[in-house]
Design a protein around this ligand. Structure first.
Ligand SMILES: Cc1cc2nc3c(=O)[nH]c(=O)nc-3n(C[C@H](O)[C@H](O)[C@H](O)COP(=O)(O)OP(=O)(O)OC[C@H]3O[C@@H](n4cnc5c(N)ncnc54)[C@H](O)[C@@H]3O)c2cc1C
Ligand code: FES
Ligand code: FES
Length: 1417
């Protein structure tokens, strides 16, 4: 855990004093009025300094892209403390006397050299698109700096220095946890974790994954870029001097209060000053915000503009900590990270279980970079006033805490319970401190506190435990329900059972106003021997008590969690018909022998080990590693060097050091203004008017650009595909919620965003039909887009005949929802008007050529007037193909109208709402099969929800069917309909249609095998294609037996002894565990890809350096890296031994639609290879031109260097630039193969799933770059895990997306990927028709993630065989497992009342209920 710098800023020396701080060692001084007080550090850095390393990924504290290091200097002790903070939440005016380090501050490629953090991230292949990388670097850097500071503080007490090159005592577990809050959509996290662990002193370097520092078996620390202690967060001497000089002065000269001052940022220095401020007239009239860490602005997105801010961190009382024998008072402005440290110290290891557990739980609140500035008091105020789903309120409530607030001249202490129940406090209420009492186990210490504050006379033990069930185990996700329980337990002499003497059961976050105590349940349980029948009654009562308010999602699940947590807590103290317990083991705390029942002992068959999956650990367990050793197997081919070498990704270091330039990093041109979409919130309505909130004068808006601003000759077009254009703005009728209606222009991006959110739109639905919001409604109203027949794959055989041959037939349906792209860089464009009606647009697009066409059409200009430039894209996944076009076009339109540069960088919410995502579908199937599991016929009715426009939806049936045909279905027929509905247009997302098709094939297999009571994996094997049937089903992709590697892949993953052994282990695990079950599944894939024509241009410049232009865009997929290798290989024919040297002289340059025309689209996984092939052809042309020159020259003087050759060629007038347009022809369409096994463990109490292990084998042909391809495979697989397991896509009744940010939309994080993640790239060189025998890797591996879903289904199936999870009718093994299989879904399938069932069954199992009651009571 990172140490926090004190959150309290050093006070300033006068009312009008500047805010002085340092950024990367440079002095920054802000004077009053310099920047708006609501300016965040991120906005300041990105718009007022040249440091654009920190990125805007969410603005909610939920992604980590903006993380910087914040350092504080304590003049008294001379100590410097460091912490990672999210710069998107930190207000720049609150940084007085702080030092900020961005990733550029660690080191730069150009000046001074890169830092080891940058180099290792790059060398471990941990950066793909690179948008998350600066934030990852800074989270890691902060952990290193904190570990170093901790070591310094403990100097002398630790015997050994860490080995050279390693960090000061950072452990591998800490290294992994350092990045637990950072989102990355590309890499799949494994390489990021490895790069971080390379700094840990306790890591075995051989356990780290593929890297560019060593070959397997030759790992040595000396090969790693050296890490020097003290190299991170050096606090500038000038700032130290200023701090030293100002300390003391402030006390004497700072005016008591700033009342009446024109200042917009106030730092009261006492409670009295605070009240004077808020009581003054000025404050009554203005919009004032009181802040500490300002992290609430991440929870409740800011749509307000404030005139004044009051920063509470200079009030000493709010920062103080006072320790007493009976407890600890913690100031309300103390950060959560500091509170954790205080409690750990107070807990004395784990001696004080309450403090220790509270600290453990707090480590699951948000992420390190939020906890470091988020205050305890802020959290409790949000819980009390805003009904925030706080963890802290719940755990402190259970611990009997109280809070202190000022009342007149007194200090009033109120119990937390009373405080929470009070009416919401007003905005002037000040929370001073929080008191957490010490709970001493009575029996070992006399005088311990009881819950009513009296001293207990009975020998008891304190039991305390906290729980949270949340989508992510390590935090960075708000809980579905949290709880904390405190009990005093003693033994009852007469019944020899354990008795709860006192009890506090606190629950929160479940959709309640605030955390509550379940007092009725406490009352029921206290004072009675704990028996099963009492517990059953308690469960019933608890379910009646923990009732989420109406509209809360997964309400029944949340109530069931309350029971599950109570069960976990009390199970060990139950007796009666269950086996008696030897000792009570809760939270590692054992009841003292004299009190405990001597016959007690945990029942070996009842594993109430909930904690391991999703809850807090006792302090010592935080050293548990998240990930285990994983294996990557690649084979390097040397046939076409340097093609085939696993070189580092081009530009990875620049991405790490923040020097890589994305669209929003381009310095704003003079007079640049900013645009934000105003979008519809209604599905089908006339837009009568759009008004801006004129009250917000500070927003400095310049107006709204709408359809009326489209120039004469132009048209309302915002996108175009082969299926036709779509409008830019919904006019005059908006067709869906989320459709852009206009662009508001303002002087900053933040102001534009706020103005857009606050725009008032007047709608009317007069004379309009009801909107179509579902597939069912579209079917009813026959609302379809017509699919051209040439796009529909062939049907196979005679379906009726196939059905007639079947022994059994079944029919069912599958529904699949959408998935959002969640590229880390949202859609961005910068449009700059040029002379003579020209427009230059920088666009983060996967298809700049189409952007050029659409912009030209919208503006009524010839295409040659529009230049679209794309250098790199911060992740695309299909979402920056068609969906990037409206952004680039709207931006260009605004720039055209205003005749000044306009930038648009969509905020995350808008991006999520307007860009659509993956296609939702409904699939009805009828399948016939024989008793041995062999299919005879399949018919599919496929309904695809395309949304309001066609986009590329008409290709989705093709993609779906092609992927579904991975098995031999016998006869196969289908009907496909593309539904036109009033929801945001859906577009292609990585594996579009294919992921659904491949998954539906598995769902059918699972259904069939459950009907046959057969092993699903056997059914899979039985129906894999032979070469002959493959040729029938995929006639256009002819494959010979050598090329069809799927059987050998499947054999490798499932036929091994290890696999069989694992199956047995899982069976025995399931037998001996009641509350955890495991499942193992394997999934094969056959994935067709299609190459498209693309250009490649190679130019050799005067000095012999080489510039390469390709149609393909670098999205993070390593396209430039492969192209560079290919260019070196191609030109290397002129100097075969020096192709490696040539590699260093090649630069792939940005795409420019006026320089390299017909660039096409970067989609469909094949653009890298096509671009490579185009470049190879262009190189061949140059080689043909240069070869004679070389030969001529060689004849005369022998050896010729590259430079000499080029000079000579220039002299004799050889054209040194060649452009080729690669057209793939029929061989451009081919099949990819792979298979994966996954093992998943589910928790029957919470529904949590853990991916224990995944093994992937993927046939990449002869990989052009195995490091790049491995990264694609891992990243795609994890994105697939997101689709199948995590990412809940929720819309409101108007079809408007409401899971619209990091808060509600949960992509995988480092703690949700497979614990063990093994990948093998099958390096088959059989594919001679492919580009240098290579195959695609970008999309197909995503389909393999279905193995995780199938394994979860297996685990649920095992659960449903348990008596306590039964009650699912006659066929418990067949059930629909939704996609995504989130916790509530899994729990529901395992029985929301499985706890009650087991206790009910326990009672029933007594032969005579009377006898049972006698025993139990
Ligand atoms: C991404 C993210 C994830 C999170 N996850 C969790 C989670 O899992 N569990 C959880 O419990 N919390 C979570 N939080 C909430 C977080 O703990 C709170 O945002 C934080 O503690 C608020 O503290 P702050 O200092 O930033 O408050 P600020 O944002 O500065 O203030 C919040 C509100 O409290 C008021 N306020 C602050 N201090 C005082 C005071 N002393 N007296 C009176 N009023 C005051 C302010 O005026 C403001 O209205 C998360 C937050 C974020 C951004
Ligand atoms: S941008 Fe700050 S955490 Fe996402
Ligand atoms: S590399 Fe992490 S988001 Fe792209």
């Amino acid at each position: 855990m990172a140490a926090s710098p004190s959150t309290a800023p050093a006070p300033s020396s006068s009312a009008s004093a500047a805010v002085v701080f340092a950024v990367n060692g440079e002095r920054v001084e802000l004077r009053e009025g310099d920047v708006d007080p609501g300016t965040t550090l991120l906005e300041f850095l990105r718009t007022r300094t040249r440091f654009t390393g920190p990125k805007f990924g969410c603005g909610e504290g939920g992604c980590g892209a903006c993380v910087v290091l914040l350092s504080a200097y304590d003049a008294a002790s001379g100590a410097v403390s460091h912490a990672a903070v999210s710069s998107c939440l930190t207000l720049v005016h609150g940084l007085h006397h702080r030092a900020v380090t961005t990733t550029e501050g660690l080191g730069r490629a150009g000046a001074g050299g890169l830092h080891a953090v940058h180099e290792r991230l790059a060398g471990f292949h941990a950066s793909q698109c690179g948008f998350c990388t600066p934030g990852v670097c800074m989270s890691l850097a902060a952990a290193l700096a904190a570990a170093e500071a901790k070591a310094k503080a403990q100097a002398g007490r630790r015997p050994d220095d860490p080995p050279e090159g390693f960090a000061a005592r950072l452990t591998a577990a800490e290294a992994e946890r350092a990045v637990a809050g950072n989102l990355c959509r590309c890499t799949g996290y494994r390489p990021i974790a490895d790069a971080c662990k390379s700094f840990a002193a306790d890591v075995d370097l051989e356990d780290l994954g593929l890297n560019s520092f060593w070959r397997k078996g030759d790992a040595q620390a000396s090969k790693l870029p050296r890490y020097d202690e003290g190299s991170i967060g050096v606090f500038p001497e000038f700032l130290k001097a200023e701090i030293r000089a100002s300390s003391g002065i402030d006390d004497l000269y700072t005016p008591p209060a700033l009342v009446g001052s024109a200042s917009t940022w106030h730092r009261p220095r006492s409670v009295e000053e605070y009240y004077k401020l808020v009581g003054s007239e000025l404050f009554g009239e203005s919009r004032t915000k009181v802040v500490v860490g300002n992290t609430a602005s991440g929870v409740y997105r800011e749509t307000e503009v404030y005139d004044r801010y009051i920063d509470l961190r200079c009030i000493p009382e709010l920062n103080s900590v006072s320790k007493e024998a009976n407890g600890v008072h913690i100031g309300a402005a103390v950060s959560i990270s500091q509170a954790i440290e205080i409690l750990r110290v107070e807990a004395g290891g784990c001696n004080d279980v309450v403090f220790c557990k509270i600290a453990d739980h707090m480590e699951k609140v948000a992420s390190p970079f939020v906890r470091n500035t988020a205050s305890l008091g802020g959290n409790l105020i949000m819980a009390q006033r805003d009904q925030f789903a706080s963890d802290i309120a719940t755990i402190l409530l259970a611990a009997g805490s109280s809070i202190c607030i000022p009342a007149s001249s007194r200090r009033l202490t109120v119990t937390l319970e009373d405080f929470l129940q009070m009416p919401p406090c007003d905005h002037k209420t000040l929370l001073l401190s929080i008191y957490i009492p010490r709970w001493t186990p009575i029996g070992s210490l006399s005088g311990g506190k009881t819950m009513d504050g009296t001293v207990s006379k009975i020998g008891t033990s304190v039991l305390f435990e906290t729980y949270r069930a949340a989508p992510r185990p390590l935090g960075n996700a708000v809980a579905y329900l949290n709880s904390a329980f405190l009990a005093q337990v003693s033994s009852d002499a007469t019944s020899s059972s354990l008795m709860l003497r006192e009890l506090c059961l606190a629950f929160g976050a479940y959709g309640s106003q605030h955390a509550i105590r379940a007092r009725n349940v406490e009352k029921l349980l206290v004072g009675k021997p704990i028996t099963v029948s009492v517990l059953l009654e308690a469960c019933r009562l608890l379910k009646e008590t923990i009732v989420p308010k109406e509209g809360t999602r997964h309400a029944a699940y949340r109530s069931s969690l309350a029971v599950a947590f109570l069960f976990s807590f009390l199970y060990p103290v139950t007796e009666g018909t269950l086996k008696p317990l030897k000792a009570v083991h809760l939270n590692g705390y054992v009841t003292c022998g004299t009190n405990g029942n001597p016959n007690c002992g945990p029942d070996a068959h009842v594993d109430v080990s909930l904690k391991k999956i999703n809850d807090v650990n006792s302090g010592s367990c935080t050293n548990d590693r998240i990930l285990e050793y994983s294996n990557q197997i690649i084979e390097i081919n040397k046939d076409y060097l340097p093609v085939g070498i696993p070189t580092k990704k081009v530009g990875a270091e620049l991405q790490a050091s923040g020097e890589a330039v994305f669209v929003d990093d381009i310095p704003a041109p003079k007079d640049c203004v900013y645009g934000a979409f105003i979008y519809s919130t209604k599905p089908l309505a006339h837009v009568k008017s759009i008004e801006l909130d004129l009250l917000l004068k500070q927003l400095k808006t310049l107006g709204v650009v709408t359809v009326k601003d489209i120039p004469e000759g132009g048209s309302n077009v915002g996108a175009n595909t082969i299926f036709g254009p779509e409008p830019l703005f919904g006019d005059p009728v908006t067709q869906c919620a989320g459709e852009p209606l206009g662009v508001v222009i303002a002087e900053t991006q933040r102001f534009a965003n706020i103005a857009a959110k606050r725009a008032v739109i007047d709608y009317s639905t007069e004379n309009l039909d009801a909107p179509i919001l579902s597939i069912e409604e579209a079917i009813k109203r026959c609302s379809y887009f017509e699919t051209p027949p040439f796009l529909l794959p062939q049907k196979i055989g005679d379906f009726s005949k196939g059905m007639a041959e079947a022994d059994q037939k079944i029919s069912s349906e599958v529904k699949l929802n959408s998935q959002y792209y969640f590229y880390m860089e949202t859609q961005a464009a910068l449009a700059i008007p040029d002379e003579d009606n020209c427009m230059v647009v920088y666009s983060s697009s996967q298809c700049p050529e189409t952007a050029q066409n659409v912009i030209a059409k919208c503006l009524g200009l010839p295409c040659h007037n529009v230049r679209v430039i794309t250098r790199r894209v911060g992740g695309g996944f299909g979402g920056k193909a068609v969906r990037s076009l409206p952004v680039a076009t709207a931006c260009a339109l605004a720039a055209f109208k205003l005749r000044r540069p306009v930038r648009m960088y969509l905020d995350r919410k808008t991006d999520m709402i307007v860009t659509g995502g993956r296609h939702p579908m409904k699939i009805c199937y009828s399948v016939g099969f024989r008793s041995d599991g062999k299919f005879t016929a399949l018919h599919i009715d496929l309904f695809i929800n395309a949304g309001m426009t066609k986009d590329v939806s008409l290709i989705i049936p093709h993609n779906f069917i092609e992927a579904l045909k991975k098995y031999n279905w016998g006869a196969f027929s289908y009907e496909a309909k593309v539904c036109k509905t009033n929801i945001a247009t859906k577009s292609a997302m990585r594996g579009p249609g294919e992921v659904q098709g491949s998954y539906v094939a598995e769902a059918i297999i699972e259904h069939v095998s459950s009907m046959l009571s057969a092993d699903a994996n056997l059914v899979r094997h039985r129906n894999l294609h032979t070469v002959e049937s493959l040729a029938l089903f995929h006639s256009e992709c002819t494959e010979d037996a050598m090329g069809y590697t799927l059987h050998s892949i499947c054999d490798q993953v499932t036929a091994s002894e290890t696999y069989q052994r694992r199956l047995e282990i899982i069976q025995s695990f399931n037998k001996s565990n009641k509350w955890k079950k495991r499942g193992l599944s394997f999934v094969p894939i056959v994935h067709k890809v299609l190459s498209r024509p693309t250009p490649g241009k190679v130019s050799i410049l005067n000095d012999g350096s080489i510039a390469v232009e390709v149609g393909g865009i670098e999205l993070g997929q390593g396209l430039w890296t492969k192209v560079k290798q290919m260019a070196a290989f191609g030109l290397g024919q002129l100097c075969p031994d020096r192709s490696q040297e040539l590699l260093e002289r090649i630069r792939v340059v940005q795409a420019d639609t006026l320089s390299n025309v017909q660039g096409g689209w970067t989609t469909g996984s094949t653009t890298s290879e096509s671009s490579c092939e185009a470049v190879r052809h262009a190189c061949n042309v140059l080689v043909d031109r240069l070869k004679p020159v070389k030969e001529q020259f060689q004849e005369k003087q022998g050896n010729v260097s590259w430079d000499e050759l080029i000079s000579k060629a220039i002299m004799i007038g050889v054209d040194l630039s060649a452009r080729e347009y690669y057209v793939p022809g029929p061989s451009g369409s081919y099949l990819n193969y792979g298979a994966a096994t996954s093992e998943v463990e589910i928790d029957l109490l919470t529904g949590a799933s853990t991916i224990v292990r995944s093994d992937l084998i993927y046939d990449c042909g002869q990989s052009l770059n195995p490091a790049v391809d491995l990264g694609q495979v891992e990243g795609a697989f994890v994105q697939g895990i997101g689709y199948f397991m995590n990412e809940e896509y929720v819309t409101n009744s108007d079809g408007l997306l409401i899971s619209d940010g990091t808060w509600t939309y949960k992509i995988p994080t480092v703690d949700t990927i497979p614990k063990q993640f093994n990948v093998k790239l099958l390096n088959s060189g059989f594919h001679k028709k492919r580009v240098l025998s290579s195959k695609a890797s970008g999309e197909p591996p995503l389909l393999l993630a279905a193995s995780v879903h199938c394994a979860t289904r297996e685990a649920i199936r095992a659960a449903r065989n348990e008596p306590h999870c039964s009650g699912f009718g006659p066929s418990p093994s067949h059930f629909d497992l939704e996609v995504p299989a989130i916790m509530p879904v899994v729990k529901e399938l395992c029985g929301l009342d499985n706890v009650e069932s087991i206790w009910g069954a326990t009672i029933a199992s007594c032969s005579f209920s009377a006898l049972c009651d006698k025993r139990c009571n």
